[in-house]
Design a protein around this ligand. Structure first.
Ligand SMILES: C[S@@+](CC[C@H](N)C(=O)[O-])C[C@H]1O[C@@H](n2cnc3c(N)ncnc32)[C@H](O)[C@@H]1O
Length: 264
């Protein structure tokens, strides 16, 4: 496909893909790319970083025992190295947010404490810890734990002084006129959301639609530094926001492009 004019110029590196609807993808290591981007340009960031849980365990998928391994990118190098990584990309994201911008970071017990601590060290202002209840989780095969059925999504403003966007009324309207709580019942992505191929940790559209609507407005710029199949990008473009996604994997960027072009 032919790339159109660069909708949202960011750095010297040529984008892997860009489209005038405001959908731009970069291929490479986020730590390097984030560091070379101009400061204070994003209204919102959604980050779904490696959870570092691919350590040869097993889980259950469609009734079958399968490996939990997602790929090399998800292997832990130990808690210290994981924390140093989280601290570094969160620092870059804080630099890239506009003064009133916010960031959302999803994670499980494997990384979420490190993310929260890094945010506190960097003086982000933590606004909510959303409990995403997966409703239909796979059973726990070992029967040695409660069935894992939640992920945490931390929502934070760039700092204490940020006059951040929260579309309170929109959230209330989406919750049948009642104040929306921080417990979100959302199913894992269904088959229809994976018709162009599979990403091992793809997020549901419903989760990203809600996040985009809650904390950004039309015309805002959204960054996703670990974009995978670009669920955030689809939600952003559908709602009239500009999107910049970064992933090191061409396979996942190609999947992102297929999903995006299906929207057009
Ligand atoms: C948890 S997945 C994101 C899934 C995505 N939210 C979705 O809905 O498809 C994390 C992604 O980060 C990418 N990744 C991991 N480490 C990276 C790095 N240092 N730089 C760029 N991408 C990275 C992986 O290739 C993977 O696709």
């Amino acid at each position: 496909m032919e790339a159109t004019k660069l909708a949202t110029p960011t750095l010297d590196q040529k984008p892997y893909y860009n489209h005038e609807r405001g959908f731009t993808l970069y291929q490479g290591d986020s730590l390097e790319l984030l560091a070379s981007m101009e400061a204070e340009q994003f209204d919102m960031i959604f980050a779904d970083p490696p959870y570092f849980l691919s350590n040869d365990g097993v889980t259950c998928k469609s009734g079958r025992m399968v490996s939990v391994n997602k790929g090399r990118w998800d292997r832990s190098e130990g808690v210290e190295a994981n924390h140093a990584f989280n601290l570094e990309w969160l620092k870059q994201c804080q630099r890239l947010l506009k003064p009133d911008g916010t960031i959302w970071v999803s994670g499980t017990q494997h990384i979420i404490f490190s993310i929260g601590f890094a945010m506190q060290k960097l003086d982000y202002k933590i606004l909510n810890d959303i409990a995403w209840f997966k409703v239909n989780p796979p059973p726990n095969l070992s029967c040695r734990y409660f069935t894992h059925s939640t992920e945490t999504v931390i929502w934070a403003a760039r700092n204490e002084d940020s006059r951040y966007t929260f579309n309170y009324d929109k959230m209330k309207e989406m919750n049948e006129g009642k104040q929306m709580k921080s417990l979100w019942h959302i199913m894992s992505p269904r088959k229809a959301e994976k018709e162009h191929g599979k990403h091992p940790t793809q997020k549901p559209m419903k989760l990203l639609n809600r996040i985009v609507l809650a904390a950004s407005d039309e015309g805002d710029r959204i960054l996703d530094p670990f974009c995978g199949s670009s669920t955030t990008g689809l939600a952003a473009v559908e709602k009239g926001r500009d999107y910049v996604g970064i992933d090191q994997s061409e396979e996942y960027l190609d999947l992102s492009i297929k999903r995006f072009e299906d929207l057009l």
